[in-house]
Ligand binder design. Structure first.
Ligand code: 8YV
Length: 332
């Protein structure tokens, strides 16, 4: 134990395989248990981990709920999440047990925004359809009317959730000639709106009727659950597209599938799903949808930086200080 009662070499249990350099550094610094075969922990393994560890390092694939935390050992004092989103963690239950929760904000902003921008371009321009046709040997040559999509330049982008990622998307989208519209719990300061050329809509419904592409970049919470439902999809233009690289359950997936099937909107780009890794089979035959396996932050640089943040949070905590990325309930 150090003077502050926190173990100098804490027992850290990591639920998934992390980039090599991150694991190597963790091994130097902590008494660490890694997950070499990368199989996600089942409930029994999670129970054992929370009983045994000083520090748990989970990811989005672990559900850390109140029932699990009720079975945690007294030594569990820190949950150092590998990832920015914390909707898979019961923050109130952790706080009630005196467990600190940290996350990894900031370091996956640009990569996630790149992926969102790629979808904003790929879906209206039908890139995935063209690629699939070519690979299937079905391309018979250039034609003046085949695979026509919609221009992106000059269109209106609606950003739902103007946090770090939303703002990084706005910067990219402006460079591609889109105008920026946004809806957020809080309006940005005037100077930030001016910098991004962003128009605030306090009324989400009104914004939905106006925009050509909607991108969801909000955290998942009780407030954002099914925020985009059948009624709101029906407000969108028939030529509009929806992009979601935030959390699947912000959109009512049944309503979205119906909207796509019935051409209520023109297409979608989805990097996230309500019950990952389950993908609703009704999405698969839809040509106007690009489906990705939750890879918004999947870069060597980003994932290594996320690991570095996890390590910094654990070390700062072990030194008796408040970790830099402590998640405060209600601010996630
Ligand atoms: C991460 C994400 O890769 O950080 C997040 O919230 O959604 C992803 O980009 C994942 O959460 C890792 O746990």
């Amino acid at each position: 134990m150090t003077q502050n009662d926190r173990p100098a070499r804490p027992k850290v249990i990591v639920t998934r395989r992390l980039p090599e350099a991150v694991e190597a550094r963790m091994t130097e610094l902590f008494e660490v248990r890694l997950n070499a075969d990368d199989r996600p922990f089942d409930r029994a393994a999670l129970v054992e981990a929370v009983r045994d560890a000083d520090v748990l390092v989970p990811t989005v694939t672990d559900t850390i709920d109140a029932e699990l935390l009720a079975r945690a050992g007294d030594r569990l004092r820190l949950i150092a999440n590998f990832g920015a989103g914390t909707d898979h963690l019961d923050l109130a239950a952790a706080r009630a047990r005196g467990i600190i929760v940290t996350n990894t904000p900031g370091v996956l902003t640009e990569d996630t925004a790149d992926l969102v921008m790629a979808l904003i371009l790929a879906v209206p321009r039908r890139l995935a359809e063209g690629e699939k046709m070519l690979r299937a040997g079905e391309w018979t040559g250039w034609s003046p009317t085949s695979l026509m999509g919609h221009s992106v330049t000059g269109k209106k982008l609606g950003i739902l959730g103007m946090g770090r990622i939303g703002r990084a998307v706005a910067l990219r989208a402006r460079a591609c000639g889109l105008t920026i519209h946004y809806h957020n719990r809080n309006r940005m300061p005037e100077a930030a709106e001016r910098d991004l050329g962003a128009l605030y809509w306090s009324d989400l419904d009104a914004m939905l009727a106006e925009v050509d592409v909607l991108t969801i970049n909000a955290p998942y919470s009780r407030e954002t659950h099914h925020m985009i439902d059948a009624r709101r999809l029906a407000l969108m233009k028939p030529d509009a597209y929806l992009i979601n690289a935030a959390r699947g359950a912000i959109v009512d997936q049944d309503a979205l599938i119906e909207a796509l099937q019935n051409k209520v909107i023109s297409g979608a780009g989805l990097d996230v799903f309500p019950r990952e890794p389950e993908v609703d089979p009704r999405l698969l035959p839809l040509p106007n949808v690009v489906l990705l396996p939750h890879m918004g932050s999947a870069t060597f640089e980003g994932r290594t930086a996320m690991g570095t943040k996890v390590i910094a949070n654990i070390r700062t905590w072990a030194d008796g200080h408040r970790p830099p990325d402590q998640v405060l309930e209600g601010w996630a």
